[in-house]
Write a protein that binds this ligand. Structure first.
Ligand code: 3H9
Length: 691
């Protein structure tokens, strides 16, 4: 039974019981309707205490049902009945009361929450709006200003904050107990929200919320629509507002943005240690990081902050000092942002030992090298680690491109080697590519997953190839951009087109931030193996020759006068013209749509090859990599979800068109061709063709 009903004297207890998070699916809704029938026909009841079994009150509507047709009974009708019930309902909240869970509580006459509870309406993060009264009841209860802040950002609040703003009536360690014993006069003082007057209009708060979401969640429809409805709550009756809300909810539930955001939400939850690996991961209380530069310091801090003791190895005393400074900078920034307090900062410092002595690493169960991107350097580090660490310790490399198998072969036991590709800043970015070499043991792989869990990161397994999943797609993206640049556009036009697509910045501005030298070094490494027939665009190499390495040198694809915002650099346009003339290219004007099509199709094609080569295990892993590591718009669901939403046949036809221009660069992936021929989506191809 998804809803339990019991009675003690005059108190009825209705308990949501749908593990793990009491998502309000059809069975729960039917159970609530039955409970209402029972309560309405019972005699002598003074109150109903509504709570959740297990770890939370309710995580909201069951989002898995959003792909299916609507099925009654519907949550708004249940809440209307709770609100109108002669016997007052009291919500006793433990854990989270989110979305429809929070709306259920708003239907009650009184709300009490445990101190650790989190309450909120995060629907916009799933591309919908609160659809069971949230946009109309919340402003009546807490005012327009608080309602727009809560609903438009989707961020839940703590019980203490919820009480401060009037969203709940009290905080108690055992809310069920308190709800059952509370003086009945107090409960009866609590009015149903339906009987409260309309909230006062607040144009200023509404405008501020609009400005915020346009900045924070540009392109997303749901936050704007939620604000419209909250604004409306001051102008129309509750029933009119609820009808408008319901219509909007149903429209957005079926819209592509909601489908994409739900896809990413469930893909994130699906990215966890596979069952057969469980229990094989190493304890991570003592870890070694080699290299205290930006990346190493970020990794070290992430570990320190989660309670690990970290030995940070460097080559000489100056570098040890520099490593300490780098970690300290992150600690100071985290303190400043209120992410940690002084005690936590001090505990991090105490757990850190920066040294040149590899002997200090002797108790580590995992070592992560984050040194200079050179096979020789990394091999020499691994050979020293091998001497000093226990034989069972996992040896991980943070390489972005290098061959993990070749590195593994340099140690006696290659099965202990795994790639752990962090993204900068390593203590903030959520993605962790776990690179599984040909000989990587289950224990090493499990340790990668264990590390991701400990650090709160999203793990994605990648096979060994140049660039793994993310950087391989990035390299193709940049190649496509450089080709468009050579053949007719400017960095500005290309960047603008991709910002309109939904990236926070385009490929050229992003490269100016990371530095042109890294990609340049990679191209030199790839010279020996590059297909000589493949068209090569030399503009980026010319930029590096001119010392234009990006922001760090004051100029790259753009100039940054006075260290400020980017401005176009005529030298770059001249370089493109010069190279095009030299290569006898007839330049043409690309529209923003044409630019986008080329860059996105190039990435999709590469990603399909990555699936075909078995480098990624499933399309949703590529979605997570592109969204969490490379700024692909989350509301498009990641690269593969986007490809499926365009339609594989459309992708295939575009690739065939481009193939006529260049049959090497644009050769359609056999995976795309296969899917198009069989009328399948990429996700279907995977489930049928890969184990
Ligand atoms: C809504 O309410 C609309 C209404 O306004 C209108 C209705 C008419 N649905 O995250 P976890 C699953 S929209 C289905 O790993 P945690 C999740 O997939 C909803 N399933 O645990 C996972 O399954 P599995 C608004 C859900 O402790 C398992 O529960 N609500 C839902 O780290 C554990 O999840 C939200 O947006 C769901 N709503 O975090 C809240 N929620 O084990 C979304 C979770 O098979 N949920 N699952 O992989 C969350 O934010 C987090 O899951 C929560 C728990 C904080 C609850």
């Amino acid at each position: 039974m998804s809803v339990q009903v019991s009675r003690e004297g005059s108190v009825a207890f209705v308990t949501l019981d749908n593990p793990p998070v009491n998502a309000i699916g059809r069975a729960v809704r039917a159970g609530l309707m039955d409970a209402l029938d029972e309560i309405e026909s019972a005699v002598g009841l003074s109150r109903v205490v509504l709570s959740g079994a297990g770890r939370c009150f309710a995580a909201g509507a069951d989002a898995k049902e959003f792909d299916a047709p609507l099925q009654g009974p519907h949550l708004p009708d249940i809440i209307a009945r709770i609100e109108a019930c002669d016997v007052p309902w009291v919500a006793a909240i433990t854990g989270v009361a989110l979305g429809g869970g929070c709306e259920l509580a708003l239907g009650c006459r009184y709300r009490i929450a445990a101190p650790s509870a989190q309450i909120g309406l995060p629907e916009v993060t799933l591309g919908v709006i609160p659809g069971a009264g949230g946009t109309q009841r919340l402003p009546r209860l807490v005012g327009i200003k608080t309602a727009v802040q809560l609903i438009a950002t989707g961020k839940p609040v703590s019980a203490v904050r919820a009480e401060e703003v009037g969203l709940i009536d009290g905080v108690a360690d055992d809310p069920v107990e308190v709800a059952a014993r509370l003086d009945i006069g107090t409960i009866e003082l609590g009015q149903s929200i339906a009987s409260l007057p309309q909230p006062e209009a607040n144009a200023e708060a509404v405008e501020a919320a609009r400005a915020l979401i346009r900045k924070k969640t540009p392109h997303q429809i749901a936050p704007e629509r939620a604000i419209d409805l909250i604004e409306k709550s001051a102008l129309v009756s509750l029933s009119e507002g609820l009808a408008a809300e319901r219509a909007t909810f149903l429209e957005l539930r079926e819209a592509p943005q909601s489908s994409a955001l739900r896809h990413v939400f469930f893909a994130e939850r699906g990215a966890r240690m596979p069952e057969p690996l469980r229990g094989q991961d190493a304890a991570l209380d003592v870890v070694t990081v080699v290299g205290g530069g930006t990346m190493g310091a970020g990794i070290a801090y992430a570990l320190l902050n989660k309670g690990s003791k970290v030995t940070l190895l460097e080559t000489d005393d100056d570098d040890v000092a520099r490593a300490n400074v780098n970690v300290e900078k992150i600690i100071a920034a985290s303190l400043k942002r209120g992410l940690i307090n002084e005690d936590a900062a001090e505990a991090c410092r105490q757990r850190l030992t920066a040294t040149t002595d590899y002997g200090a690493a002797s108790e580590s169960t995992l070592a992560i090298e984050a040194a200079f991107e050179s096979m020789e350097v990394k091999k020499s580090i691994f050979s020293k680690l091998e001497v000093h660490l226990p034989d069972s310790a996992v040896l991980a490399t943070n390489t972005s491109y290098l061959d993990v198998d070749a590195l593994a072969m340099s140690v006696l036991d290659p099965s202990r080697v795994v790639g752990l590709h962090f993204f900068a800043p390593a203590h903030i970015m959520k993605l962790l590519e776990i690179v599984q070499g040909g000989k990587t043991s289950d224990a090493a792989l499990a340790t990668g997953f264990g590390l991701a869990k400990r650090l709160g990161k999203i793990p994605v397994v990648a096979g060994v190839c140049d660039g793994f999943i993310g950087n391989r797609i990035l390299a193709r993206y940049r190649e496509a951009a450089d080709t468009v640049l050579m053949d007719g556009s400017t960095p500005w036009e290309i960047d603008e087109a991709m910002v309109e697509f939904g990236y926070a910045m385009g490929p050229y501005e992003a490269q100016d931030l990371s530095g042109l030298d890294i990609a340049h070094a990679n191209r030199r490494r790839q010279d020996a193996t590059r297909d000589p027939e493949r068209r090569y665009i030399p503009i980026a190499d010319r930029m590096v020759e001119l010392g234009k390495l990006g922001k760090k040198t004051g100029a790259g694809w753009y100039r940054y006068p006075g260290g400020g915002g980017k401005v176009e650099d005529p030298i770059v346009a001249d370089l493109a013209l010069e190279e095009a003339r030299f290569a006898k290219v007839e330049r043409k004007d690309y529209s923003a749509d044409e630019i986008r099509e080329r860059l996105v199709m190039a990435m999709i094609n590469e990603a399909a090859d990555i699936l075909g080569d078995g480098i990624a295990k499933r399309p949703s892993d590529i979605d997570l990599v592109t969204v969490h590591g490379y700024g692909f718009p989350r509301w498009r669901g990641g690269l593969m979800h986007h490809a499926d939403s365009i339609g594989v046949d459309v992708v295939f036809n575009a690739l065939k068109r481009f193939e006529e221009e260049d049959s090497i660069v644009w050769k359609p992936s056999h995976v795309i061709a296969d899917c198009a021929e069989r009328g399948m989506s990429l996700s279907e191809w995977m489930s049928g063709s890969f184990s």
